[in-house]
Design a protein around this ligand. Structure first.
Ligand SMILES: *Cc1c(COP(=O)(O)O)cnc(C)c1O
Length: 249
């Protein structure tokens, strides 16, 4: 596909998504921010989205995200890391990510704290400005089913609601990190309105202790309307802007 027709396609998709958000947000105090999830798609698409006014992009794999962020440096894009993060990737992620949506365990917070300290030293040694604190959202597992999860094998879908408070306190204490809010994916087969309503309640409680942690990252292509209705502040939309992703890679 030529660059021009790809740009026209992205523009039309983006407009449709923005209209859906505006319709869903009618009568609400504020419209949520759109983060366009560009995983699986090339940096050239991110550049076209930037031309179309997109500034917030989401990625879920460090290697892919780091390469795109390096290629598109200097354009004022904000990189949201939305995927599960292994502790050994913390050092790389803090070099480009503005916000991390997937904090789910104390060990990751410790790895990020060390990585931030090393990153500030690296910048100082290179004569660069220090970076801003890394805003961290706690990913919450909203699955209410009692099915046992295979210990240690299945990919974690986030922290349990009862773990939020301790994780937020740990983020507050960790130099270079700041608790920014909550993130969730509606559990498969669950009613997204109910799941996002629960997330809103948890956010309300978190803000009593951490007033700066007001982000609520919820809603994807399929369920963005339910997320807006429940008061999400940030939506993560991929396929309805970029098109279908390959199923496997
Ligand atoms: C891929 C992804 C999205 C975007 O999903 P779409 O259905 O393509 O809109 C949102 N959030 C997370 C955590 C993702 O991994």
């Amino acid at each position: 596909m030529s660059t021009n027709s790809r740009k026209a396609e992205l523009s039309a998709n983006l407009e449709r998504v923005r209209e859906r958000i505006a319709r869903a947000a009618a009568g609400r105090p504020a419209e949520p921010e759109l983060i366009v999830v560009t995983k699986f798609f090339p940096a050239s698409d991110v550049a076209l989205l930037h031309d179309l006014g997109v500034r917030d992009v989401g990625e879920n794999r460090d290697q892919e995200a780091a390469a795109k962020a390096a290629e598109l440096a200097g354009r004022g894009l904000r990189w949201h890391f939305i995927g599960q993060l292994q502790t050994n990737k913390a050092k790389s992620v803090v070099q480009y990510a503005d916000l991390l949506h997937s904090v789910d365990r104390p060990q990751l917070i410790q790895a990020l704290r060390k990585a931030m300290a090393a990153e500030q030293q690296r910048r100082q040694a290179a004569g660069l400005e220090p970076r801003a604190d890394l805003g961290c959202l706690i990913q919450v597992d909203l699955d209410e089913s009692d099915l046992p999860k295979a210990a240690g094998t299945a990919a974690r879908g986030g922290a349990r609601p009862g773990e939020i408070r301790a994780l937020a306190d740990a983020l507050q204490e960790a130099e270079g990190l700041a608790p920014a809010g909550l993130m969730a994916v509606a559990p498969l087969g669950a009613d997204p309105a109910r799941a996002f309503g629960r997330l809103a309640e948890l956010s309300h409680r978190l803000k009593e202790e951490h007033p700066g942690a007001g982000m609520v990252s919820a809603g994807m292509s399929q369920d963005l309307e339910a997320a807006v209705a429940a008061g999400a502040t940030h939506l993560r939309v991929g396929s309805d802007v970029l098109g279908p992703r390959p199923a496997v890679r």
